[in-house]
Design a protein. Sequence first.
Length: 429
Amino acid sequence: MTDLPPRRRPLLLLISTGIRPYRQYLLRSIGSEFRIHLFHTAEPSWEKEFLTGWSVLPSTADGPAMAAAARLLNEQEPIDGVLCWDEARIHATAQVAQALGLRNGDPEVIARLRDKGQTRIALDAAGVSQPRSVPVKDLSEALAAAARVGYPAILKPRGLGASLGVVRVENAQDLRRMFGFTRDTRAPEPVELPERAVLVEECVIGEEISIDAVVRDGRVTPLFIGRKVLGYPPYAEEVGHYVSASDPLLTNPALLAALQHTHTALGFSDGWTHTEFMLTSSGPQVIEVNGRLGGDLIPYLGLLATGIDPGLAAARVACGLPPELTATQDRAAAIRFFYVAEENTEISSVSFETASLPDEVYEVVAVAQPGAVVSPPPKGTAWGRIALAIAVGESAALCATALDAAEAALVISGTVQASTVPDPSLEEV
């Protein structure tokens, strides 16, 4: 497709973009085969070199309004597909796709994924293995639910991503102390939450993984297995990931069957998904399903490890075209995120002493800009990260060693600022 004249390339409508260090790789790939028209709330900046057009709209979370704008655009030239990788906007994107009669255009299905309470109901009805889960609206309901599912338990917001607000509680005292943290956690973008906005879930034990997959006409094809590294307990902050092209889980019959069964139960038939499982002693259990490309640069790790291009695959599936899913490399890739040590640290500079880094360090990026005030988790969460390092090598072990070296080479300069805002996790509810 790359040899097609520019005007004959498929036209992809992209809803929002995200932070440049985390999403530029996708636009770069997609722009090599597709014309991209961007719906955004501000004039694009770094994105412009990959775009053929853009529309500045009041909101990219208003599905009906975006659908109206998309219809006008479609009248000028037919749109071949609609794509979004922002969790807060995938439901609105489905409304746009529905209005244009394109794939992944079923808002009810996407709502079932966005609302983790609905996800649990659908999977339970289909007999999919998952933790016990109870939606609650207040502390008293949460205490009663935890007595049912047992301790330790997990508190989780129903409609957020990036592990925001997720915390493990060991007993009723912990739950009383932490319930407000989960209940009051908000994403940078507003998310409409149901009355019972908190889930109290059984804490299942094992290794937590993610699977990025493409789905065409209901058939699920897994591409990248992300092995998570969690930090800052009892919170569930994702501080790193490992992806290997030859990961044996890619051919594990029990996991593949659970993945397909999950998508069938949810009614997801076309698009890209990021599904999280806990690998327990009794088999895989579904943690959640996201109707988008994975975050944290996990698909980028997949590209570096396998050669399969996630941007092109997702764009092709959105346009109803067959994706190229054949691996051309057999490597491992990994990422590690870095944080400041103290809350409310004003950044002066972030850098790496690159001269000492081993060859396996593929890329280091300073994310925080001078003047930014950041904190470690739980206050900082994903938006508290100040830098990241990516390693590529023959094995996950070599990648781990390289990331250790990158961490040792990180140089942070900053000043701790005084704060009068209490940490909600330290308050009794």
